[in-house]
Design a protein around this ligand. Structure first.
Ligand code: PEP
Length: 252
């Protein structure tokens, strides 16, 4: 089963109109010369429309979305329809920083996943264990609970049009990366758990790795059979580094 790798940049809370203009233009120019990889950038909300206008063949996504599909009295929220309206194609859901700092429970993440798809966007569902969970041998239990909550709410069919990102929390922004063996082991577990429900959907699903991916380690990680690209934080803020990682995706 061949899956086109996806390399997605999560800018987190970094940006300005000046930075967006430079970074997106550089990434779009570089990505135009790459075949065999899809590239996605996810700036903060205020810069999404600007990014769309500059992105060329690069897709643009949001870093979060409201769990409510319709318009209404939800002050401060942005729904999927608004993101679709301005040209976004994806939304990151359940990033560990949302889960840790903003109370995104497994149930809320599942509702956001459903709302994202209802708007015609592709959810990039993030799951991952904390260091103490890994050290106490609970990695698979944590990932299963995060995954199952979405499968139960949305149905396995919903994964035909979704992306999963495995992001061990201990590797995000820390400079510590999962080894290719660790990443492959977890990715195979995720795919296997979904294959128990639908083998075809699981075989087609792209599962990204995220956590301190850099130009120097991307090829090795993306070379693992169940790793289909990456979700990139810090290194997505420098076009040269991000494009080198996209290049590694193209070569995987
Ligand atoms: C992320 O923000 O999802 C991430 C993986 O960050 P970093 O690449 O900086 O670890």
């Amino acid at each position: 089963m061949s899956r086109t790798p996806l390399v997605a940049g999560n800018w987190k809370m970094h940006g300005s109109t000046e930075m967006t203009a430079g970074l997106v233009a550089e990434i779009a120019a570089g990505a135009a010369n790459l075949a065999g990889v899809e590239v996605l950038v996810c700036p903060p909300y205020p810069y999404l429309a600007q990014a769309v206008s500059l992105a060329g063949s690069v897709s643009v996504g949001a870093q979060d979305v409201c769990d409510q599909a319709g318009q209404g009295a939800y002050t401060g929220e942005v729904n999927g329809a608004m993101l679709k309206d301005i040209g976004c194609t994806h939304a990151i859901i359940g990033h560990s920083e949302r889960r840790q700092f903003y109370g995104d429970s497994n149930e809320l993440v599942a509702a956001k996943f459903i709302a994202t798809q209802a708007a015609g966007l592709v959810p990039v569902l993030c799951i991952g264990e904390m260091l103490e969970e890994r050290e106490s041998g609970n990695t698979e239990n944590v990932l299963a609970a995060q995954l199952d909550a979405v499968v139960q709410a949305a149905g396995i069919e919903a994964f035909a049009d979704a992306v999963v990102a495995y992001e061990p929390v201990w590797a995000i922004g820390t400079g510590k990366t999962a080894s290719p063996e660790q990443a492959q082991e977890v990715h195979a577990f995720i795919r296997g758990r979904l294959a128990d429900k639908d083998a075809t959907i699981a075989a087609r699903l792209r599962i990204l790795y995220g956590g301190s991916v850099k130009p120097g380690n991307a090829s090795e990680l993306f070379g693992c059979p169940d790793v289909d690209g990456g979700l990139i934080g810090g290194a997505s803020l420098k076009s040269e580094d991000f494009l080198a990682i996209c290049q590694a995706g193209a070569g995987a």
